[in-house]
Write a protein that binds this ligand. Structure first.
Ligand code: IPE
Ligand code: IPE
Ligand code: MG
Length: 230
């Protein structure tokens, strides 16, 4: 059976550092190119009428990188966010965040909250950015909130549990793409990826564009999704 176009695509945007090396740039040059690629990819998917796009931008483990890189990356984000959000808003794209906000600077937190608020009524596509996100942390946060709410064990089923995750209203990803050649999830969407189709490409994130999107979607359309049935 041929699949229709996916409803939700998630991307692990990996390979900025190697891209920088290939171009004789410092690693931050790669992150800059990576951030700039977000709007290009979002625009292509919106043209294709995708409803949900989720991008993994910074993991809870990425704090362990040299301080200079982390600081630089946060600075690039702080510099670019207003302009990028304006572009997305103009295209009728809604912006969401998943992950923790409390470890980010007050200024960045404000900008992220502002972006969510500004675009909340946009209906063309929902772009969720996973920043300071970890799949295990998300599951633990859900458990903590279930306990705080004193939910009785017998009432906890998969539907209720999902409501306690970071983005309850968004369907599980149909397709997860990872750029940069590694064949792993690196703590991304552990709960939601249970039945996602996985697609890995060697192409580095800053080079991932329309042609690569078409290849990934074509591969997806050939997959047979059985969900445990026959
Ligand atoms: C992905 O690119 C961006 C982040 C994880 C923040 P990398 O920085 O991991 O690039 P490589 O894997 O070193 O090439
Ligand atoms: C995964 O990339 C996280 C993001 C793309 C944000 P990493 O480069 O951090 O993953 P590992 O360390 O190779 O697993
Ligand atoms: Mg990497």
């Amino acid at each position: 059976m041929i699949n229709s176009f996916p409803r939700h695509v998630s991307i692990i945007m990996d390979g900025n550092g190697r891209w920088a090396k290939q171009h004789g740039l410092p690693r931050l040059g790669g992150h800059r190119a990576g951030v700039e690629n977000i709007r290009r990819v979002a625009e292509v998917f919106a043209e294709y009428k995708l409803k949900y796009l989720t991008l993994f931008a910074f993991s809870t483990e990425n704090w362990g990188r040299p301080q200079r890189e982390v600081k630089g990356l946060l600075q690039i984000l702080e510099e670019r966010i207003d302009q990028e959000v304006e572009f997305l808003h103009d295209k009728n794209i809604r912006v969401c965040h998943l992950g923790r906000l409390d470890r980010l600077s007050r200024k960045l937190q404000q900008k992220i909250r502002g972006a969510i608020e500004l675009t909340t009524n946009n209906s063309r596509m929902t772009l969720s950015i996973a920043f300071d996100y970890g799949g295990r942390g998300e599951i633990l946060d859900a458990v903590r909130r279930l306990l705080t709410d004193k939910v009785s064990p017998g009432d906890i089923d998969e539907t209720l549990f999902k409501e306690y995750l970071y983005l309850p209203g968004i369907p599980d990803p149909d397709l997860i793409i990872r750029t940069g050649g590694e064949i792993r999830l690196s703590n991304f969407l552990l709960w939601q990826a249970a039945y996602s189709e996985l697609y890995f490409t060697e192409v580095l994130w800053p080079d991932f564009g329309r042609t690569e999107i078409e290849k990934a979607v074509a591969a997806y359309s050939q997959r047979q999704r059985r969900f445990g049935e026959i």
